[in-house]
Design a protein around this ligand. Structure first.
Ligand SMILES: Nc1nc2c(ncn2[C@@H]2O[C@H](COP(=O)(O)OP(=O)(O)O)[C@@H](O)[C@H]2O)c(=O)[nH]1
Ligand SMILES: [Mg+2]
Length: 424
């Protein structure tokens, strides 16, 4: 084969390299090594913010952090009304006294989503990503933030204060809008089936703060989960009032079949509440510490790694792509679609997988060059070996390359490298 005849292939390879992600290319060994290293952030960063026109955007600095996280991620997001103690609880999950800004500090006024990635406390090789949301009081913005929290998390914590009464349930009104704000499939004829949604939705935890009631129903002791189920019970009847009462309850039950409830007492005496962040654990109620401990243990033990369709495991890197895809879709006025996001992820990851494979192949061939001149047979045999190692490296990263298009382009790339080398 002459140079002329391989040049389109070389261009093809060049194009693939250029279209891949721009980060410096790493060897497989380096990739493996960094896969085991957790990325530690000493404080949270703003992840998704609204610009002056109210348009949502993902912060580049947060994306850069996620880009470095090759580990699978467990994503815990908290939602709920302003000043209900969300940030405080998230700091507890991070095992820190301070971190997400509390109350009315400047940072907490940034409306959107904050992110803190920490090594998972109980699952080695996994990163815990904590997402803290800040309400704006603007229904459209808050619904978008709620949807993003649902789309990005594997566990969703809804935080409210007092009791689970009708008002608390009405405050979770966003849940009634989920079917309009999220699509599973892009095609209209394939109407979204509710059970389709649920498969990709996070586990739901209701955290009730400053809970003062006794956990009793009709005089009988009940668990926190039974208390939640009781609050979500629907009424019989078809009157408008009954339907309005039932609708949010039905939505919560349908979208979040896996539910858990924790009721937290007041953390400390009222006069100490304003400096909660700096209190010693001796000044915090032991019952509050106990519930917080149960809550954290439950989150650590029961929250699963974030997965997409086809059980695809989300790493920090993929979470970044996912957030960008969803935010860009919302900002363009469209409805985020799970299926489209998976297709977009597959494209990005498969292009990167081709680069990883090519890198393996080419670095192996470079090493062989030092022993040149060699018989064509010896070079061919090395080509075979390296092609299969490159394919393995590709397979490890690729996802949903169902028609084998990307694997083919890796093969084409390797063959063209081979001919370039042989033809000098
Ligand atoms: N009453 C009460 N106050 C709390 C609790 N947790 C945190 N706080 C205080 O409530 C204020 C708002 O907390 P923050 O976590 O910023 O609420 P967020 O706006 O929902 O994130 C702060 O002054 C906290 O110290 C709680 O469980 N009960
Ligand atoms: Mg907050």
């Amino acid at each position: 084969m002459s140079h002329e005849s391989v040049s389109p292939l070389i261009n093809d390879v060049k194009r693939q390299r250029e279209s891949g992600n721009e980060k410096p290319k790493k060897s497989m060994a380096q990739d493996e090594a960094s896969a085991s290293l957790p990325v530690t952030m000493d404080k949270p960063v703003c992840f998704i913010d609204a610009d002056s026109d109210g348009k949502l955007c993902v912060q580049q600095s947060a994306l850069q952090i996620l880009q470095q996280i090759q580990q699978p991620v467990v994503v815990v997001a908290v939602v709920g009304l302003y000043r209900t103690g969300k940030s405080y609880l998230m700091n507890r999950l991070a095992g820190k006294q301070t971190g997400f800004a509390l109350g009315s500090t400047i940072e907490s006024r940034t409306k959107g989503i904050w992110m803190w990635c920490v090594p998972h406390p109980t699952e080695a090789g996994t990163t815990l990503v904590l997402l803290d949301t800040v309400d704006k009081g603007d229904p459209k913005h808050d619904t978008n933030i709620f949807c993003l929290a649902v789309l990005l998390s594997s566990t969703l914590v809804y935080n409210s204060r007092g009791t689970i009464d009708n008002k608390a349930i009405m405050d979770l009104q966003y849940v009634t809008e989920l079917t309009e704000c999220i699509k599973v499939k892009s095609s209209d004829e394939d109407a979204d089936d509710l059970s389709n949604f649920v498969k990709f939705f996070p586990t739901f935890i209701w955290a009730v703060r400053d809970f003062t009631l006794e956990l009793k129903i009709d005089g009988k002791d009940v668990t926190e989960d039974e208390y939640l189920d009781f609050a979500l019970k629907m009424k019989h009847g078809t009157s408008r009032r009954v339907m309005e009462y039932n609708f949010p309850r039905e939505c919560i039950q349908t979208f979040f079949p896996s539910r858990k409830c924790f009721t937290f007492p007041f953390p400390t005496a009222p006069e100490k509440m304003s400096c909660l962040e700096s209190l010693d654990s001796a000044d915090i109620s032991s019952e509050f510490l106990k519930v917080t401990d149960h809550f954290c243990k439950f989150v650590f033990n029961d929250s699963s790694v974030k997965r997409l369709k086809d059980e695809y495991t989300v790493t920090g890197r993929v979470l970044g792509h996912l957030a960008k895809t969803y935010v860009d879709t919302i900002s363009s006025g469209s409805v985020p679609c799970l299926e489209n996001a998976v297709i977009a992820m597959a494209m990005i990851e498969n292009e990167a997988a081709v680069n990883v494979g090519l890198q393996v192949y080419q670095s192996g061939m470079e090493k062989l060059k030092v022993s040149f001149p060699l018989e064509l047979k010896a070079v061919s045999s090395k080509h075979q070996d390296l092609s299969s190692t490159a394919t393995q490296a590709f397979m490890k990263r690729s996802f949903r390359d169902t028609d084998g298009k990307h694997l083919k382009s890796l093969e084409v790339g390797s063959v063209s490298s081979f001919w370039m080398m042989v033809n000098g």
